[in-house]
Design a protein around this ligand. Structure first.
Ligand code: 13P
Ligand code: SF4
Length: 349
């Protein structure tokens, strides 16, 4: 298997989740309720909806649900925004999610509470590095994960999300295609193990899921022998190998809901517990460990970029009509083709 090393210049400036949380102004319940009421009023006045990812603060997830928006995975967020009659979409998530919404809904105004909310997969796969790499491998079908910039999507033949990646690659294998996969090496390796596809892997990774460790997980499992292990495939392969279920955020929530087991160890961002607990209040959820004895963590099972989304940020973008997402039209048209291919494929399943 060939591979390429990704640039890591951005790594030194990644904020820790603890710092992001500490820097948020502390507000009491009354202040929180007044922010929520004001946001709800502005959403109605501006014909806007709030679309939030499962990894955002539960208070934002609750607000999205209550105000007629949605809480979803990255694919469903974009699809919901596209199909909604709203003129403005407030995306509580990370940058690539806002861009995907704009790619699919160019006529709508897309805003985000914090434009600095990025993703290590996106940052580790710049168009400047990625486009020449693709050009060097013209015999390969370029498949990129949704966690990428609009320019990277524009160079791809297919955009996929974790929930559908395996099925798309199986389809490409049946067509006899060789694949260039980017950016997540762990997800790429997992897909390769399931499909046996010929895949050239970009070496990016999610710095949140990278912190889950197999040896500490094994010790936790020994203390909870009846617990089932649920793992997002951005985790390292040694963690994925221990899983009872490997799946996207939505697939992991469905597993908690539908499996008869009572206890689950969950290896993904812990803000997903809000929806898991809503779906199955009687089940016990345990956070997968982000290290062994004495280990420290920067993300500690919660993405610091997702943590940048706040009630105050949402209110600010609605009041000031700020933080618009723009995607240059020639880039958008190409990124639309590879993203729409995913939606069309999903509709056939
Ligand atoms: P999903 O597509 O499963 O929502 O995952 C997005 C993500 O960023 C996971 O880290
Ligand atoms: Fe990116 Fe990982 Fe954060 Fe998801 S959890 S947005 S993949 S850094």
């Amino acid at each position: 298997m060939n591979s390429i090393k990704t640039s890591t210049d951005w790594e030194t400036s990644v904020p820790s989740t603890l710092d992001v949380e500490h820097n948020k102004p502390q507000i009491n319940e009354q202040q929180q309720n007044s922010l929520i009421q004001r946001i709800k009023q502005l959403l109605i006045e501006q014909n806007a909806i709030l679309v939030a990812h499962y990894y955002t603060d539960p208070i934002l997830q609750q607000l999205a649900d209550e105000s007629g928006g949605c809480v979803a995975d990255s694919l469903e967020m974009a699809r919901f925004g596209k199909e909604s009659a709203a003129e403005k979409i407030v995306v509580a998530g990370v940058r690539f999610m806002g861009e995907t919404a704009k790619i699919l809904s160019p006529e709508k105004t897309i805003v985000m509470p914090d434009l600095k909310a990025s993703c290590s997969l996106d940052l580790g796969c710049t168009p400047e590095d990625f486009i020449p790499f693709c050009d060097e491998h013209p015999d390969r079908t370029v498949v990129v994960y949704a966690n990428t910039s609009a320019q990277v999507k524009a160079r791809a033949d297919w955009v996929v999300t974790s929930g559908i990646a395996t099925k798309v690659v199986e389809h490409l294998v049946r067509e006899g295609k060789k694949i260039l996969w980017a950016p997540d090496r762990h997800l790429g390796k997992y897909i390769q193990s399931v499909t046996h596809a010929d895949m050239l892997l970009w070496q990016g990774s999610c710095i949140v899921h990278d912190e889950f460790k197999a040896d500490a997980l094994l010790a936790l499992k020994e203390n909870n022998p009846d617990a089932k292990i649920l793992v997002h495939p951005e985790s390292s392969y040694t963690v994925v190998e221990m899983a009872d279920v490997v799946g996207s955020t939505t697939q992991l929530i469905n597993a908690v809901k539908t499996m008869p087991d009572k206890t689950f160890i969950v290896a993904t961002d812990n803000r997903i517990f809000y929806k898991m607990q809503q779906a199955a209040p009687e089940k016990q959820l345990i956070e997968a460990p982000t290290g062994g004895v004495g280990a420290t963590c920067t993300m500690c099972a919660h993405c610091s970029w997702m943590a940048m989304n706040s009630l105050q940020g949402i209110l600010d973008v609605l009041e000031q009509d700020s933080n618009h997402i723009h995607v240059e039209e020639s880039v958008r048209l190409k990124a639309f083709a590879s993203t729409q291919r995913l939606l069309d494929f999903a509709a056939t399943l």
